[in-house]
Design a protein around this ligand. Sequence first.
Ligand SMILES: [Zn+2]
Length: 288
Amino acid sequence: MIIKTIHYNILACALLLGASVAATQLQFGAKPLIVTSIKPLAIIAKSAAGDAAQVQYLVPASQSPHDFTLPVSALRKIADADLVVWIGADFETRSAKLMAKLPDDKLLTTMDLSLAQLQNSEQSDSDDHSMEADPHLWLNPDNGNKIAAAIQARLGLPIKDIISRQHMARLKAELAASADKTYLSHHEAYAHFAAAFDLKLGPSIRNASGGTQGAKTQYRLRKTIVKTNISCVFVEPQYKDKDAAIIAAEYGLPVVELDTQGLSQTLSERAYTEFIDRLVVQFKACFQ
Ligand SMILES: [Zn+2]
């Protein structure tokens, strides 16, 4: 533990040095480097900046972003970055100390932006994290556009939407047939998606941080499954999902993959629209 602390202090110095190097790079016209904590934010950043910036992200596909620890290679990337984008201390809890050391003009905390908020009724009713805000902000395209605008402003780029109003309206119309359907999700991650597209928020096996629910919530969940007409269980590729597979088998429910992290998405100017399109297709697959 002591070794780790010393290590972090040395790296903090490296990060401060990195900040001035990055500023010099900008002055000489090199492409700025945006480093994001998680892949969904990289999808937004690349869509926002296009060819005007390089974009990298820190959390490897094999890890859950909820309990992710930064490896030394990630610290090097942060030092080299002109702009670091993350959700915030409530989500990337293990990176919070390090992020706090970055200068304000190098860090964009998306949770601090005025994003679309969720109604209390749409939030978790879990007994462990009852009023905790759902951090999966990137699943609401309005938030995607707002985060993109903040990145564009930081880089001095023209402000433009990364997913158009017309496209969002078209997706909403496509999802209308699924609006009254119920599903079970691996963890509480879909509140922003459901709110954006007027969908029902189904019950979850795990809480919004990907943790196991308390006994009371698990008991209530099983009662809900029995009395509700659930169409499928959504699982996410980065989790092992053993608990989801067990519940699906127990109640004879199909398992459908929903890639909320955009793990298979390539980073391009169209990335965010393609990511949301794929989510919509995957969501509809539950009810076909
Ligand atoms: Zn999550």
